[in-house]
Design a protein. Sequence first.
Length: 182
Amino acid sequence: MSRVGKKPIALASGVSVEQKGDEVHVKGPKGKLSATLPSNIKVKVEGSQISFERPDERKPTRALHGLARALVANMVQGVVTPFVKTLEIQGVGYRADVSGKTLNLQLGFSHPVAIPIPQGLEVAVERNVLISVTGIDRQQVGQFAADLRSIRPPEPYKGKGIRYENEQVRRKVGKAGASAGA
């Protein structure tokens, strides 16, 4: 049995789960989410718990069992407490600001980079260098944060760029021959 898939999900108060065919709809105080689950995984909503069953013990089915449970668990958690990803900008003159539904980044390019903020996400900037992405859909929050980081990933020599909060960037030493000459 999948260790993840066999654990039931406890529903918090104010959260309702509805199943229609292969789709699962979760509604809570922060919003509504829905996802299509694999067709061979059966979802049982019993009172304040959700459990998952699979038809056989084949490896692909076991993997989908854990996946289905993880997806629904993230939806249940997201409609109660939103997910947050925090990014740091490091570099002289690098900064960010939000105007309306657009995130404006100045990252050392010849032009500022304007990123539209997707629907369902909130972006806040603190001290011009801390960007926090908040939303109820874990996949959407993580994908937008990864897209922001990919605009200017941290480089290994000076560490400049956009990184996740508390991310450790492996630093490299510069040229060894620069101080040994003449």
